[in-house]
Design a protein around this ligand. Sequence first.
Ligand SMILES: [Zn+2]
Ligand SMILES: [Zn+2]
Length: 130
Amino acid sequence: MVKVPESMEDLIYWTNRKVGKGHVKAWVYRGECPECKKGMMGKPTHPSGKVKVRAKIYVCDNCDYEVDKEEYEDTLDCECIYTCPKCEHKGEATFPYQRKTYKGAKALVFKCSECEQKIPITKKMKKVKL
Ligand SMILES: [Zn+2]
Ligand SMILES: [Zn+2]
């Protein structure tokens, strides 16, 4: 079962979009710090408290441990609820937060549990044919 997020603050990724005739809501929770196991990993902030959106690292909010953004994201899971663009099945899925190349575009890809249609979540606005 996926856990629908209550707050954006717990997330490092969130999307809500149409995919063909279907629809996908997907999110990735911040993970726990691999070093101290107490803090949560998140994007670094400026002294003013503003998040450094383009930072290439995540830092622990407890011990300041730093990890490479891409390596760390590979270890996380993406959860989603979806309506399949092919069979209209409404379901949920959990899959690795790893972008793959799908028909020439970088996308998170998961399969409909009902009809096995691959459903891509591309970066913003990029259109791919199903
Ligand atoms: Zn830590
Ligand atoms: Zn389907």
